[in-house]
Design a protein around this ligand. Structure first.
Ligand code: SF4
Ligand code: SF4
Length: 416
C-alpha cells in the first residue's frame, strides 16, 4: 500500500468552515432537481475533503458530482458559516483536470472547444459560422440531441459590432471609465456593448475600451485551469492600469465576478498581488454604476409587463440584486413583476450547458416555466450566458416573451 500523502489542493481550513447545517441545501439548484445529498453543497464539500484525504479517488462519484455543480454560488450567499464554496470548487476542479482522465469527447470539448475557442472573440465568431449554416439548412431535427441543444444556443441575430478605443462623454465630462468588452459579448452581443457605452456616455463619462484587454479568465477559472486564468488576469491588469480610470465597467455578470476576484487569484504572486488588488477594487458591474443615475436618467415608460432574472454571478458571487431591479423598475414602473425563483440558475453557468446538457436542460425548463407563469412579455437579465439559455428555452417553448440584456433594455427606453 502506498504511504504517499495525498497531494494538497484544498485550503483545508476553508473546507472545515462547513458545519454541516444544511441551510444551503434548499438554495442549491442541482439538489432541488435530484434531491441527492451528493448534488448539494454540503455533500460536495464532503466529497472534496474525501478526495483531499485520499479516501476517494479522483474519479467516479467525486468527479460526477463536482462536475454537476453549476458553480452558481447560491450556497455561498446563504451560508451562515461563511464557507467560500467558489474558492473550494475552483481548486478542486483544478486538481481534477490535472489528475483525471476524461473521455475523448469531454477532453475535446474542454481542452479545444471551450479553452481554445470561447475565450477568443475572433475564433468564436468563426466557429459560429458553420453553426449558423447548419441552422439555416433546417437539418437540426436529424442531429443527435447534444448537437441540437448546443445549436439552440447559437443566437439567430448575433452581431459583433465593435467599439472605438475611446467614446467621448455627452455634455460635460464627469469622469473616465474603462470598459471590458468580454469574449461572448464581443462575438455575439456587440450592439449590447455599444448600448452599454452609450448609457455611460449619456451619463457624462468618457469610456475607453483598451484593445490590449483579453478574456477575463472566468471560463478557465471555472473549468479548473487556474494558471490560464492567472495569465488572463495579468494581461488585463496591464491593459487597464495606466488608464487613470474612475472605475472599470463590465456588463457580463460571469466576467465581473472573476474580475473582482483577481486579488484572490493572484494573492500569492509577489509581482502582481498589489496590482490585482487595485484593479479588482475598481471593477463595477454596469448596473452598480448606472442605478444611482436613474434619478436623473429620462426614460420612456414601458407599457409591457417586465420581469428580471438574477444572473448567478451577479446575485450570488457579487451580491448585486437591488441595482438591476432599480433600473428595470425605473422603466417598467407598475408593469414590473417579480419572477419566482429568480435567483435559481437557468442552467447556463458558463459552459455548463455544453458539458452537462441534461441538468442544464432541466434547469432551463424550470426557468422558462417560471417566466411564463409570471405573465411578463419581457425578461431582463445581465449576463450573455443567461440570455442565450433563456432565449433558447423560450424559443423551444414557442413563446413570444422577449429576453433582453439590461443595457439594451435601458438604452431602448432612454430619451436622448
Ligand atoms: S456550506 Fe454552509 S450552509 Fe451549507 S452545510 Fe456547510 S455550513 Fe451549512
Ligand atoms: S455552486 Fe450552486 S450548484 Fe454548486 S453546490 Fe453551490 S448552490 Fe449547488
Amino acid at each position: 500500500m502506498s504511504t504517499q500523502a495525498p497531494e494538497r489542493f484544498l485550503d483545508y481550513d476553508k473546507s472545515l468552515a462547513c458545519i454541516h447545517c444544511g441551510l444551503c441545501l434548499s438554495s442549491c439548484p442541482t439538489y432541488l432537481e435530484t434531491g441527492n445529498e451528493n448534488d448539494s453543497p454540503r455533500g460536495r464539500i464532503y466529497l472534496m475533503r474525501a478526495v483531499q484525504d485520499g479516501r476517494l479517488p479522483v474519479a467516479g462519484a467525486a468527479v460526477t458530482h463536482i462536475d454537476r455543480c453549476l458553480g452558481c454560488r447560491a450556497c455561498e450567499a446563504v451560508c451562515p458559516s461563511g464557507v467560500q464554496y467558489g474558492n473550494l470548487l475552483e481548486h478542486t476542479r483544478d486538481h481534477i483536470e490535472k489528475k483525471h482522465q476524461r473521455s475523448p469527447f469531454q477532453t475535446f470539448l474542454r481542452r479545444v472547444a471551450i479553452e481554445k475557442v470561447f475565450p477568443f472573440p475572433n475564433r468564436l465568431k468563426v466557429a459560429l459560422l458553420p453553426a449558423r449554416i447548419v441552422k439555416s439548412l433546417g437539418v437540426e431535427p436529424m442531429l443527435p440531441k447534444f448537437a441540437r441543444e448546443a445549436l439552440s444556443l447559437v443566437p439567430d441575430n448575433a452581431n459583433s459590432a465593435t467599439l472605438p478605443e475611446v467614446s467621448p462623454a455627452r455634455g460635460e465630462t464627469r469622469g473616465r471609465l474603462g470598459f471590458i468588452s468580454g469574449c461572448a459579448m464581443t462575438a455575439m452581443f456587440g450592439e449590447t456593448n455599444q448600448a452599454s457605452v452609450r448609457l455611460l456616455n449619456r451619463a457624462g463619462y468618457e469610456v475607453a475600451t483598451p484593445k490590449t484587454q483579453n478574456c477575463c479568465g472566468a471560463l478557465y477559472a471555472h473549468s479548473g485551469q487556474l494558471e490560464l486564468a492567472r495569465e488572463c488576469a495579468r494581461k488585463n491588469i496591464a491593459a487597464f492600469e495606466d488608464g487613470k480610470f474612475d472605475a472599470i465597467i463590465i456588463n457580463a455578470a460571469g466576467c465581473g465576478s472573476t474580475l473582482k476576484e483577481y486579488d484572490h487569484l493572484l494573492h500569492d504572486d509577489p509581482v502582481w498581488a498589489e496590482r490585482a488588488k487595485k484593479f479588482s477594487a475598481k471593477v463595477k458591474d454596469l448596473t452598480e454604476w448606472m442605478a444611482p443615475e436613474m434619478a436623473t436618467c429620462k426614460t420612456k415608460p414601458s407599457d409591457c409587463k417586465v420581469t428580471y432574472h438574477d444572473a448567478c454571478h451577479l446575485a450570488h458571487a457579487q451580491r448585486i440584486t437591488k441595482p438591476p431591479r432599480e433600473i428595470v423598475k425605473a422603466v417598467a414602473g407598475n408593469n414590473y413583476v417579480e419572477l419566482a425563483e429568480s435567483d435559481v440558475c437557468c442552467g447556463s453557468a458558463g459552459t455548463y450547458n455544453l458539458t452537462e446538457p441534461e441538468m442544464a436542460e432541466r434547469l432551463q425548463n424550470r426557468k422558462i416555466e417560471n417566466i411564463l407563469k409570471s405573465g411578463a412579455q419581457i425578461v431582463v437579465t445581465s449576463n450573455p450566458g443567461c440570455l442565450l439559455q433563456i432565449k433558447a428555452g423560450l424559443k423551444k417553448a414557442g413563446s413570444t416573451v422577449e429576453a433582453v440584456h439590461i443595457a439594451d433594455f435601458l438604452d431602448r427606453a432612454a430619451c436622448d
